[in-house]
Ligand binder design. Structure first.
Ligand code: KG4
Ligand code: ZN
Length: 341
């Protein structure tokens, strides 16, 4: 007899696509635990070193999953499904989470559900912590901005998403991180730029904002423009104008993101607007979305800060929708570094 509740399934989420090892437990949409081990080993290299990332995942995965289950007060046998990130991400990193999820599934007879990491970011809006959260109505547009992706996604339902614009080169987070590196700031630089920008004049400098066709993005021209500007400055001048440089860079990135999002919202006639991904933690972007929303009659949804960067709660949330729709994965599932969709 199966005593497991199907009304509010218990889902364990496992995320290991980049440099955060995370596990979370949801009962229905309600978050019971969300444990994240961030890897510090990459800081001294100024970027994620894939081989070191996968080794750190191997060290972290058992204690992280164990802590998530303990914090939730849930035993393996009670779970209805294990949701895992299949991709996109770093192959070696993904392998750790995928293999561990398969092992748990096999050992405890719990079904597996694979999750697209990017859909996880978007569906982070449906995680409930207090129960009185507001979440976007379908269809909505999601500005998905992370270290690896910058996309505008039309979300018709949790299982029906269409990427209508994407970056043709660097992602927004990459632009933040690469420009931060030029300034000598630690990795990842996005949060440092955000913090320093608060005390700066965002109109002190102008950087190139190349615009490509349709709803697509490009950030490599902005990065190059930033590099050339800073290269011509003396180190003393850069130090004196650090806040202004950060504020001006942040304005350029935010304006670039908003320009296409506004066009997409207009052309598609959608006024439910959400943001997701690591860069959606950026205070300049959050403020601009709220201001633009007030001007244009949008309903704007910003994820709580702790669900912006990589976490397993969002993977469990995406897994919940897939599980309820009857989707299951087999032990043949393999990680994918890039996903077609
Ligand atoms: O979603 P995420 O954790 O990982 C990926 O899936 O890529 O995003 C990480 C990215 C990094 O580029 C980081 O610099 C950026 O999000 N980020 C920020 C902020 N917080 C994180 N960028 C700008 N401002 C922030 N406050
Ligand atoms: Zn991510």
């Amino acid at each position: 007899m199966n005593a497991k509740s199907t009304k509010n399934p218990l889902i364990l989420g496992i995320e290991s696509s980049c440099d955060d090892t995370s596990a979370a437990v949801l009962r229905g949409r309600r978050l019971l635990s969300n444990v994240i081990a961030s890897q510090q080993v990459h800081v001294k290299y100024g970027g994620v070193i894939p081989e070191l990332a996968s080794r750190a995942h191997q060290q972290n995965i058992v204690p992280v999953v164990d802590a998530a289950l303990r914090e939730a007060g849930i035993g393996m046998g009670e779970l209805d499904a294990i949701a895992f990130t299949r991709g996109p991400g770093l192959l070696g990193s993904l392998l750790v989470g995928v293999s561990f999820a398969k092992g748990l599934s096999l050992a405890h007879g719990v079904p597996l559900v694979e999750v697209n990491h990017l859909e996880g970011h978007i569906l982070s809006h449906f995680i409930e912590t207090s129960g009185d959260e507001d979440h976007p109505d379908f269809p909505f547009l999601c500005l998905l901005v992370s270290g690896g992706h910058s996309q505008i996604v039309l979300v018709r339902s949790p299982l029906d998403m269409e990427i209508i614009g994407t970056t043709i080169d660097d992602a927004a987070g990459e632009a933040f991180d690469k420009c931060a590196k030029i300034l000598g700031l630690p990795y990842p630089g996005g949060p440092h730029i955000d913090r320093l920008a608060q005390g700066g004049n965002s109109h002190a400098f102008d950087f190139a904002q190349p615009r490509v066709g349709g709803f697509d993005y490009s950030f490599s021209g902005l990065k190059t423009s930033f590099l050339y500007t800073v290269r011509d400055m003396s180190p003393g001048f850069v130090a004196d104008h650090l806040a202004d440089l950060c504020a001006s860079l942040q304005r350029a990135i935010v304006e670039t993101l908003l320009y296409k999002l506004i066009r997409a919202a207009k052309e598609l006639g959608v006024s439910e607007i959400a943001a997701a991904g690591g860069v959606s933690a950026n205070s300049g972007l959050r403020d601009a979305l709220v201001a633009e929303g007030a001007r244009r009659g949008w309903r704007v949804y910003l994820p709580p800060l702790r669900f912006t960067t990589d976490n397993a709660a969002m993977i469990a949330a995406a897994g919940l929708f897939a599980f309820e729709a009857g989707r299951r994965s087999t032990l043949d599932a393999v990680p994918v570094t890039r996903l077609a969709k």
